[in-house]
Design a protein around this ligand. Structure first.
Ligand SMILES: [Zn+2]
Length: 126
């Protein structure tokens, strides 16, 4: 059983690990991000899709990350906290095109879903 304090510790540790990557393994991480992008298939909307059903994971420096989160954070050199989600402006969670990704709050993400439902596409994206 995981106590809440341990759970919070693990969450903090994940951010710490990412900070460690940016500070010590940035070039290697960038190469990894670019190779994921190269392996992806481009569709007619410009999305770069991985050949997985769920969002692809990537293992780096002994830890597993969602590929789109890894790519966004490494290429922009930002550490997204748990309060922040990586938003897909194209609304395709399998897409790893860095130009389609942006960081936002959970509330932004909900609004995205609503706009997608209401208008079919993010108006900023057109
Ligand atoms: Zn996309």
């Amino acid at each position: 059983m995981v106590r809440r304090s341990e759970y919070l510790f693990l969450e903090d540790e994940s951010e710490e690990r990412f900070r460690h990557i940016l500070e010590n393994h940035l070039e290697e991480a960038r190469q990894r991000a670019f190779s994921l992008i190269r392996e992806a298939r481009r569709d007619d909307r410009g999305c770069l899709l991985t050949d997985t059903i769920k969002p692809r994971k990537v293992r780096f420096n002994g830890h597993q990350w969602e590929a789109y989160r890894f790519i966004h954070c490494v290429l922009n050199e930002v550490i997204a906290s748990r309060d922040h989600v990586i938003r897909h402006r194209c609304h395709n969670r399998r897409c790893i095109n860095p130009e389609h990704l942006q960081v936002g709050s959970q509330a932004d993400n909900k609004r995205d879903d609503w706009e997608n439902w209401a208008y079919g596409v993010d108006p900023d994206y057109l």
